[in-house]
Structures are given as structure tokens and as C-alpha cells.
Design a protein around this ligand. Structure first.
Ligand SMILES: *[C@@H]1O[C@H](CO)[C@@H](O)[C@H](O)[C@H]1NC(C)=O
Ligand SMILES: *[C@@H]1O[C@H](CO)[C@@H](O)[C@H](O)[C@H]1NC(C)=O
Ligand SMILES: *[C@@H]1O[C@H](CO)[C@@H](O)[C@H](O)[C@H]1NC(C)=O
Length: 447
């Protein structure tokens, strides 16, 4: 089941143990509650009270389309639109959006070199001009004022690989019309950045953990292990797990690194590998390590008894190599999105997605018992439709010697990854509704 609707009804709705009579009256109670809630909830949300922004607060921007609270009145209210109860926002189509993009490489400094596609001569720009249209509802375009209002006094971390960093940089650019963060990193290591939005007391951080579990870079002393990572599949990666409690939101991701040659360890012993080409070590498919790594990551989160935040799994972002693998001349030269009936998730993209969904479901069951809030930022299908959004050969100069010459993994900025912020904002709003409903629910139950 996709986690896109409201959680309110489901835990109760699934209770089939009572008699018919009891469940009927329960249903009635639920309906009544829902009605009350739908009427009362707007009172709980101060989101329409945006701080009025003086123009001095705006980064002097040449961005083509500046959203301000004034010209986007509809985004300011949480529309209590019953559609959202049913709407799967992750199922839909890309539609043209002449107003995009909302920033440019000249107005946002946070764009990573390898994703600055315009700088490196990408000739087309239509790939920036789309927005996501869910089949059964609308997904509002990101409103940075509303986002920052919701995350005021909170902290959010991205945990995972460089696609997670890609998302964070996109978010910084999407927020840059309101405010740029200051660098409050505690280390010089670019893989562990910490950004602070002063006016909102909002902290944004990235933790580099490409396998989500403890790992070691390939050994340089043992030539027989050249290029082989060591993954400790049952051990927490303390680089991020020690900091879980610092955050209100954790967005975890992982996937692309699991195709690398790796030795798999459990209880400190080698239990197998992926592409290690050793006669006496079992070679497993990459989903073997992937499953176990996710399970360990969820265990790490659940082991933090004081953690009250929301955990989002940002699902696997498909790659779009055509005509060969990443290291065999594959490329992603397309210039426009697919329609949903033109492509299906298959091959390793599908395997990765299914594996992480299985682990997510495992964690969801456990989470019910310990109250962990676990959600899906289920971008796999929308991004499957965006073969045109990758840097391809425009992530570097033509003569540069880079590992990933045609990059069909990361996403150009601006580009389709900016839509992840639309999804994220939508989910944060849903979270607000859930907690308001929760508060109201417990009040009513006490009466
Ligand atoms: C931005 O992109 C343009 C091409 O559209 C390029 O000439 C310029 O160098 C880029 N600037 C930065 C700061 O990346
Ligand atoms: C800023 O936010 C943190 C939580 O991220 C909170 O503990 C702290 O009290 C806030 N500071 C102010 C001045 O509100
Ligand atoms: C595999 O064989 C090598 C020697 O050929 C040995 O050093 C290593 O410990 C063996 N690994 C396992 C998992 O048995």
C-alpha cells in the first residue's frame, strides 16, 4: 500500500475483530470524527500567516517566475480537499509548465558542478519546463515560504548517496527565493554538510552513507581486493546513526552503490560478496546486500527510543542508460518525458524498487508497535518517466576525464528533481494534518 493518503482511517478501519454492530458504530464514530476534523482543522493551521517579506529579503533574482505569497494565494491554505484522502500523488503524468524553472545557475550557488548542465553546454532547455500532475488531484508547485514556515524550528537530514545530495541542493535552490542558508558544517568533509536558515531556525544536513550501513573503502594494501568495498551488513553506520535524534525529519535513500563490487560481512565474518570473483566466496545478486542494509538502517532508527521524528524513504531513482551500461557507452540522449504508458519499470530498476519496498513494509509493521512515523517519498514512477532530466555528457567539459562520462544517474539543476520538493512539501502538509487529527482525536476520546 502506498503511503500517500491520510493515516487517520487506516489503523482503525482495519480492525475486523469486533461484531458487525460494533464495527458499524465505530464506522459512524469515524465518519463523525472525520467530519468534525475536516471542519476544525483549518483552525489548527496558521499557514496562511506568512511573514511579509520585504524585498531586501529576496536574493536579487533574475529568476523568471517569482512565487510570493501574494501571487499564490491558493498554496497558502491547506485545502481540505477530500480528494487527498484517496489521491496517490505519485501516480500521474508530466505536463508542460511554462513558468518553470524557478531558479537558474546564475541565481543559485548550490548547484553541484556535475549537475550544472547549462554551464556545460546542454543545448536544450525544455527538460526544465514540466510539472507533475497526479491523476486524481493537483500537486501545487513548491512554495518556499510555506515550506519554511512548516519547518520553522526544525531540522531535516538527507542520509544516503549523491542523489540525496542532489535533492538537497535542489531544495536549497528552490528555497533561495526566500533565503540562503549559512554554512554551519562541523567538518570540512563535503559529504557532511550542515546548513542553517537563520530567519526560520531551520537546519538542513546531509550525511554521506551510500550503503546506509558501516562500510570500508576498497583496501589499497591487498591487491586481490582492489576496488572491492567492505559492507558490514548488520552494523550501523555511526556517521549518521549517532545523529538521528537531532532531526525532526530523516530522508533516507540508497541504491546505486550496491552495484559496486563488495564483500559482505555479518558478525564481522565474510558471508558472501557481489562481483568479487573469489572461488571460495559466494556471489550474491546486489539485492541481497540491499535488503539487509535497509533492514539494518531501519533497526538503527528504531533503536533510538527518544526519536520522535518522521522517516521518509526516498525510493530508488531510476537510471536511464540506453545502448549500453554506464561503463559501456550507455547514454541518455532523450529530450522529453515519457508518458506513463510508454515505459515500464523493469530490470535492475525494478529489482531495486521491489527490494526496498519489501524492507519498507517490514519496517512499517514494526513501526506500528513502536510509534515510528515512516513514510514513502515514492518518486520512482515519476522519475522513470524522465530520461531527459540527467546530465548525460553535460556534467563536465568534453575533454575531462571523469568516471561517469555520460551521467544518467544524477539530475540536472534546475530539472525534474526540483519536483521532489513539491512532493516533500505535500508530505509535510499531510504530516501536519495527521498530527492535528491525532491531537483532536485524543481530545475527543478523553471527553
Ligand atoms: C550558467 O549557464 C550559462 C549557460 O546558460 C553559462 O554560460 C554560465 O557559465 C553558467 N554560470 C554558472 C555560474 O554556472
Ligand atoms: C531552534 O530549533 C531548535 C530545534 O531544531 C530548538 O531546539 C531551538 O529551541 C530553536 N531556537 C529558537 C531560538 O527557537
Ligand atoms: C578464501 O581463500 C583465501 C585463500 O585462498 C583465504 O585467505 C580466505 O580466508 C578464504 N575466505 C573465506 C571466506 O573462506
Amino acid at each position: 500500500m502506498k503511503q500517500t493518503g491520510l493515516g487517520f482511517g487506516s489503523p482503525h478501519g482495519k480492525n475486523t475483530q469486533g461484531t458487525t454492530h460494533r464495527s458499524t458504530s465505530k464506522t459512524l464514530l469515524l465518519i463523525t470524527l472525520t467530519l468534525i476534523i475536516l471542519t476544525v482543522i483549518p483552525l489548527y493551521f496558521p499557514f496562511n500567516k506568512f511573514p511579509s517579506l520585504s524585498s531586501s529579503n529576496h536574493p536579487s533574482s533574475t529568476s523568471p517566475d517569482t512565487i510570493s505569497p501574494a501571487n499564490h494565494p491558493h498554496d497558502q491554505l491547506i485545502t481540505i480537499d477530500d480528494n487527498h484522502h484517496k489521491c496517490d500523488v505519485f501516480s500521474g503524468e508530466w505536463v508542460p509548465n511554462p513558468n518553470a524553472p524557478y531558479y537558474h545557475n546564475t541565481t543559485c550557488w548550490a548547484i553541484h558542478e556535475h549537475q550544472n548542465c547549462q554551464k556545460y553546454g546542454r543545448p536544450d532547455s525544455d527538460y526544465m519546463k514540466w510539472k507533475w500532475k497526479p491523476d486524481e488531484c493537483d500537486l501545487p508547485v513548491f512554495n518556499p515560504y510555506q515550506f519554511l514556515e512548516i519547518v520553522r524550528d526544525k531540522a531535516l537530514a538527507f542520509v544516503g548517496d549523491s542523489v540525496g545530495r542532489n535533492q538537497m541542493q535542489s531544495l536549497i535552490c528552490m528555497l533561495s527565493r526566500v533565503e540562503y542558508p549559512i554554512d554551519v558544517s562541523t567538518t570540512k568533509d563535503e559529504n557532511f554538510k550542515r546548513w542553517y536558515y537563520e530567519s526560520y531556525n531551520f537546519t538542513l544536513a546531509t550525511y554521506w552513507s551510500p550503503f546506509l550501513v558501516k562500510f570500508k573503502e576498497p583496501s589499497t594494501d591487498d591487491p586481490t581486493l582492489a576496488g572491492i568495498f567492505s559492507l558490514y551488513l548488520d552494523e550501523f553506520d555511526n556517521a549518521w546513526t549517532n545523529h538521528i535524534d537531532d532531526f525532526n525529519y530523516l530522508i533516507i535513500n540508497g541504491g546505486h552503490w550496491f552495484s559496486r563490487p563488495s564483500l559482505y560481512y555479518e558478525k564481522g565474518q565474510i558471508i558472501g560478496c557481489k562481483y568479487c570473483q573469489k572461488d571460495n566466496i559466494t556471489d550474491y545478486p546486489m539485492t541481497f546486500g540491499y535488503h539487509k542494509a535497509f533492514r539494518t538502517a531501519y533497526k538503527a532508527i528504531m533503536s533510538r527510543k527518544n526519536f520522535k521524528g518522521v522517516v521518509m524513504l526516498r525510493t530508488f531513482a531510476p537510471t536511464h542508460f540506453e545502448g549500453g551500461d554506464w561503463n559501456k557507452g550507455g547514454d541518455c540522449p532523450r529530450k522529453k518525458p515519457f508518458k506513463s504508458n510508454e515505459i515500464r519499470l523493469e530490470g535492475s530498476n525494478l529489482e531495486m524498487y521491489l527490494s526496498q519496498m519489501e524492507e519498507f513494509k517490514w519496517a512499517e509493521k514494526k513501526a506500528k508497535d513502536n510509534g515510528l512515523k515512516l513514510r514513502l517519498l515514492d518518486i520512482t514512477q515519476p522519475m522513470l518517466l524522465r530520461p531527459d532530466g540527467h546530465p548525460s555528457k553535460f556534467g563536465h567539459w568534453p575533454n575531462e576525464n571523469v568516471a561517469l562520462y555520460n551521467d544518467c544517474v544524477h539530475w540536472c539543476l534546475p530539472g525534474p528533481i526540483d519536483t521532489w520538493s513539491d512532493f516533500l512539501l505535500h508530505m509535510l502538509k499531510m504530516e501536519g494534518r495527521r498530527s492535528a487529527e491525532g491531537k483532536l482525536y485524543s481530545k475527543l476520546i478523553k471527553v
